[in-house]
Design a protein around this ligand. Structure first.
Ligand SMILES: CC(C)CCC[C@@H](C)[C@H]1CC[C@H]2[C@@H]3CC=C4C[C@@H](O)CC[C@]4(C)[C@H]3CC[C@]12C
Length: 402
């Protein structure tokens, strides 16, 4: 934990925090429209959050090399659990608290790659909808034949604190086994709001449904719950249809997603352990700002980000308004010409066969395409035709016969 933990609220900001709390009590569910005091604004846009899925490429690609289908599904569970800390706690560890991310504009991009002993793992993240905000991503490693793609939106509400339900899912594909895993996303709420040091706690449960016949259910709990400890998880892996049957459990995982967890087999022997604090991360490589496309997030938001860092709210809102106005102009022009903004890397799909095939094992999960402005899939043809500064991507995609 950073030494700043619990100290996110500077004395000088107590007044503005109080009025912020009052304003969100009458919050209408639109996270983007929420205005927050400067010190709680993040300089990072939600398009960057897609990278949290793969900051440890070794764990992402590990299942590909495993011949045993049960162990393979267990390694997928292990990788998924390992991503939780990055997804939901890395900001308060780094910045002292959770912050309000920048609200991406339509077409905003975040492109990068991880290079390490696993080869190159690519990331393409794109804001595919603005109303409602939806981010889509594709992450792939050709050397290991591992592909992850997904999209997500958030539905927020307020009751005592901010509650967020995630709409969307991820699908992991392993080439060597022609296997898919449908991954559902946890709902969450914000803790520490009153004291000015907000952080995320996860709720309820999510599923990882493998097309190889095994499902993992992950249950989340926090301080106020039965277990009484922050960021707790218990997971079980079982054959399809056996969620309720204790003696069909193949693996269990238990611990804290911010810390350690242990994986045990049916005989309750420890088969694997994970220590979030010790696990090395591979830094994501992103092109220098000058070489980026104007739609790439760090380039597009650079002036806003600089103003936020200076605590200069006037410039922050002036620069944000510039972006919003030019977006509004573009939408007007498109409407007048009877066309829609062409997404760079993703397309709307009519349906999602993998989802339909596997959703039965994830009770309560439905596509909810109306909440995400459609169903979004990575479009290989678009990506293979990518022009500068993304030609490198297209070269590698066409090399692989995409
Ligand atoms: C901190 C207070 C003041 C403001 C609340 C900010 C809201 C907008 C933030 C706080 C935590 C954030 C979530 C944290 C992690 C993820 C996982 C990622 O894969 C998709 C976005 C998602 C789901 C974020 C959406 C925005 C979010 C809900």
């Amino acid at each position: 934990m950073s030494s700043e933990e619990g100290a996110a609220l500077p004395a000088s900001s107590k007044g503005s925090w109080g009025s912020f709390l009052k304003s969100i009590a009458s919050f209408n569910g639109d996270l983007a429209s929420m205005t927050a005091p400067a010190f709680i604004l993040s300089t990072t846009s939600l398009t960057e959050f897609s990278a949290y899925w793969a900051e440890m490429p070794k764990l992402l690609v590990a299942p590909a090399a495993e011949k045993d289908p049960q162990k393979r599904a267990m390694l997928v569970l292990k990788w998924f659990l390992s991503t939780l800390k990055q997804q939901y706690a890395s900001r308060n560890e780094k910045l002292g608290s959770e912050k309000k991310p920048l609200n991406p504009f339509l077409g905003e991009l975040f492109i990068g790659k991880w290079e390490d002993q696993e080869g190159t793992t690519h990331l393409v993240s794109e804001q595919v909808s603005h109303h409602p905000p939806v981010t889509a991503y594709s992450i792939w490693n050709d050397k290991h034949g591992v592909r992850l793609q997904g999209y997500n939106a958030q539905k927020a509400s307020f009751s005592r604190t901010i509650h967020v339900r995630q709409v969307g899912h991820a699908i992991l594909h392993l080439d060597a086994w022609d296997e898919d895993y449908l991954i559902t996303l946890p709902s969450l709420h914000i803790e520490g709001l009153i004291t000015g040091s907000p952080y995320v706690e996860l709720n309820k449960s999510t599923y990882i449904v493998g097309s190889n016949g095994f499902t993992s259910k992950v249950e989340y709990s926090g301080k106020g719950w039965v277990s009484g400890t922050k960021n707790s998880i218990t997971a079980t892996m079982y054959p399809h249809g056996k969620e309720k049957s204790k003696h069909d459990v193949i693996y269990t995982a238990e611990g804290a997603w911010t810390n350690n967890f242990t994986i045990k087999n049916a005989k309750k022997e420890v088969v694997d352990t994970y220590n979030a604090k010790a696990e090395p991360k591979t830094p994501l490589q992103v092109a220098p700002i000058e070489a980026q496309d104007p739609l790439e997030t760090r380039r597009a938001w650079q002036k806003v980000a600089a103003a936020i860092l200076k605590g200069d709210m006037n410039t922050t809102s002036a620069e944000k308004t510039l972006i919003e106005n030019s977006q509004r102009e573009m939408r007007k022009k498109e409407a007048a010409e009877g066309r829609e903004w062409e997404r760079r890397f993703f397309s709307k799909a009519k349906g999602l066969p993998i989802f339909e095939k596997l959703k039965k094992e994830a009770p309560g999960e439905s596509l909810e395409a109306d909440q995400t402005n459609g169903v979004w899939v990575f479009d290989q043809a678009k990506a293979s035709a990518a022009k500068p500064p993304f030609s490198q991507l297209s070269k590698e995609l066409s090399k692989n016969g995409a």
